[in-house]
Design a protein around this ligand. Structure first.
Ligand SMILES: N[C@@H](CCC(=O)N[C@@H](CS)C(=O)NCC(=O)O)C(=O)O
Length: 201
């Protein structure tokens, strides 16, 4: 059987995206927590050897490192299809993953970080610019979701996993969801495969 080890942290939306996809796919895997708030040099040696940027997520597949959440999600869907996944969901998933990485995944993590006690500070105007981008992203979220209930239709796919990574923390980012976004977040939270938290201490 393929051995899967996912390195991540509960505060990493990127790592949570992958953890959710593996949970939905129902493929056995091990979760290993890496302290992303500690200096990189203190992280486990086997993790540092496989992740050149010392970042999570890192998915080891039979000892082979897989990096970058979007690329990992596509690999997961190719090898371990999520329930209800159709061939066209690979294309749909790639489109959604790239949209998320360029848009929501660019502004929401920064807004979350700006409100974290002791978090990074931002130059004047940067947060207003990020909030303005988010307003556009929220409208486009609704357009892409369409009639739903999920971005892939009747069942959630890797695109839902990617978008959920940071949209779940919209409150932490200090911005408001659209009504459709709020309903989708509830549907995602209610998925039977959704645990309380990935990567518990
Ligand atoms: N583009 C990467 C982003 C990965 C990333 O930024 N990981 C953060 C946590 S969300 C991390 O490991 N931070 C710790 C560090 O950079 O030292 C992806 O999609 O996987």
């Amino acid at each position: 059987m393929t051995e899967l080890v996912l390195y991540g942290h509960p505060d990493s939306g990127h790592a949570n995206k992958v953890a959710l996809a593996l949970a939905l796919a129902g493929v056995p895997h091990e979760l290993r927590r890496v302290d992303i708030w500690a200096p990189a040099a203190t992280r486990p040696a086997e993790f540092l050897a496989a992740s050149p940027l010392a970042q999570v997520p890192l998915l080891m597949v039979d000892g082979v490192p897989h990096l970058q959440s979007g690329a990992i999600l596509m690999e997961v869907a190719r090898r371990w299809p999520l329930p209800g996944q159709q061939p066209h969901d690979l294309r749909r998933g790639a489109e959604l993953i790239l949209w998320e990485a360029n848009r929501i995944g660019m502004c929401l993590p920064q807004l979350v970080e700006s409100r974290r006690p002791g978090g990074d500070s931002f130059p004047p105007g940067a947060l207003d610019w990020l909030r303005a981008r988010y307003a556009t992203d929220r409208d486009n979220f609704d357009r892409l979701l369409g009639a739903g209930p999920f971005f892939h239709g009747a069942a959630p796919g890797i695109g839902d996993c990617a978008i959920w990574g940071y949209v779940r923390w919209i409150d932490r980012a200090g911005v408001a969801p659209s009504p459709a976004m709020a309903d989708w977040r509830t549907r995602m939270a209610d998925l039977p495969a959704m645990p309380g938290d990935f990567f518990p201490a």
